[in-house]
Design a protein around this ligand. Structure first.
Ligand SMILES: Nc1ncnc2c1ncn2[C@@H]1O[C@H](COP(=O)(O)OP(=O)(O)OP(=O)(O)O)[C@@H](O)[C@H]1O
Ligand SMILES: [Mg+2]
Length: 289
C-alpha cells in the first residue's frame, strides 16, 4: 500500500473516534433568516423558502466537517436539509481521489477548479452537491434503501437548491433515525443490520458504484431497516481508484461493525459483496407524476 493510502487511512481512523452526536440545538428559523450577515446558510434558507421547497427550518440536527444537517418542513413532509459549507471554508483535500477519471469538458472550468480560485472552489462545491442529488435520484429510483430526494429529478430544479440537498428525513421530526454507529443492537439485530449493509453495498456495486465512505457512520437505523446516506463521493469504475475504494469500503464496514460484536474480515466482506452483486437487483421505484 502506498504512503498516500496510509494517509487516507489515518484520516479515516479519526472518523471512527468521533462517536458522540452533538446535542441538538434547536435553532429557530428566525435565527437563520433574520441576520444581515450574507451568510451562505441564511441566503440558502431564504432562497429555499422563496422557491417553496421548504416552509420552515425546525432545528439543526448535526454539524459535520463539510455540511450542516437541519430538520425542515416542506410541501412533501419532513425533510433533511443538508447545507454544504461555504466553499472557501471547505477542505477539498481529498476530492482528487474520488474525482480521478472524471472527464471535464469545459477547459476554463477545469483550470479554475485546479487552480482552487474562489470561482473554482464554488464550481467544485456545486459539482459535489449536484453529484449528491444525481446519485440519490439514481439509487432511489433503482429501489435501494436511500432517502428519497425531495427536489428533482429534473437537474434544473435541483440546481436551484445548491449548496443544499433536500431529502426525506428518516425517522421523525422528534426522533430522527440514529446512525448505526450510535445505537446498541441485540445480536440478532446486529446480524440483520449487517446483512442489510452488505446487501446495500452489493446493490450499489451492481449499479457500478463504490460509496467511498461506507461504514456505520453513514448508515441509519430505523424500524429495523438500514438506510444508506451521504453520497457526494460515490465513484464509478472509470475511476482508477475504484477497486481500492471498494476494498476500503468493505474494510471500514467490517471494522465499524465490530462494536456490534461482528467479526467479519474485510476480505470476506468484499467477497460477499461481490457475490451478492451478481444476484437479483431490487425492485425499481416508479416515479409518480
Ligand atoms: N435523510 C436523513 N434522515 C435522517 N438523518 C439524516 C439524513 N441524512 C443525514 N442525516 C443525519 O445528518 C448527518 C450528516 O449527514 P451526512 O453524513 O450526509 O453529512 P456529512 O457532511 O458527511 O456529515 P459527517 O461529516 O458528520 O459524516 C448524518 O450523520 C445523520 O445523522
Ligand atoms: Mg456522513
Amino acid at each position: 500500500m502506498s504512503a498516500h493510502w496510509d494517509d487516507e487511512f489515518a484520516e479515516f481512523g479519526q472518523k471512527f473516534r468521533r462517536k458522540t452526536r452533538k446535542p441538538q440545538g434547536r435553532r429557530k428559523i428566525a435565527d437563520l433568516t433574520g441576520s444581515e450577515t450574507g451568510d451562505v446558510t441564511d441566503d440558502t434558507v431564504r432562497r429555499l423558502l422563496d422557491l417553496g421547497h421548504i416552509t420552515e427550518v425546525v432545528c439543526e440536527l448535526k454539524s459535520g466537517k463539510e455540511a450542516t444537517a437541519y430538520i425542515a418542513q416542506g410541501p412533501k413532509g419532513t425533510a433533511l436539509l443538508k447545507i454544504y459549507r461555504d466553499s472557501a471554508a471547505r477542505s477539498f483535500k481529498n476530492d482528487a481521489v474520488y474525482r480521478e477519471g472524471q472527464v471535464i469538458l469545459d477547459q476554463r472550468a477545469k483550470r479554475a477548479m485546479e487552480g482552487r480560485s474562489r470561482k473554482g472552489l464554488d464550481m467544485l462545491q456545486e459539482g459535489w452537491v449536484m453529484a449528491e442529488y444525481a446519485h440519490l435520484w439514481q439509487l432511489w429510483q433503482a429501489g435501494l434503501n436511500v432517502p428519497e430526494p425531495l427536489v428533482g429529478p429534473n437537474v434544473k430544479t435541483y440546481a436551484e437548491t445548491v449548496p443544499a440537498v433536500l431529502m426525506r428525513l428518516i425517522g421523525t421530526e422528534d426522533q430522527p433515525a440514529p446512525r448505526l454507529s450510535d445505537v446498541r443492537l441485540t445480536p440478532a439485530e446486529a446480524r440483520d443490520a449487517w446483512e442489510q449493509a452488505v446487501t446495500g453495498m452489493a446493490q450499489m456495486l451492481k449499479l457500478g458504484y463504490a460509496h467511498g465512505d461506507y461504514s456505520t457512520y453513514n448508515l441509519l437505523w430505523w424500524e429495523n431497516t438500514v438506510t444508506i446516506i451521504d453520497f457526494p463521493q460515490l465513484t464509478t469504475r472509470q475511476n482508477p481508484n475504484f477497486s481500492e475504494l471498494l476494498r476500503r469500503d468493505a474494510q471500514s464496514l467490517a471494522v465499524s461493525f465490530r462494536k456490534h460484536g461482528l467479526q467479519e474480515s474485510p476480505e470476506q466482506t468484499l467477497r460477499e459483496v461481490q457475490r451478492r452483486a451478481l444476484g437479483p437487483a431490487p425492485e425499481p421505484r416508479v416515479l409518480l407524476p
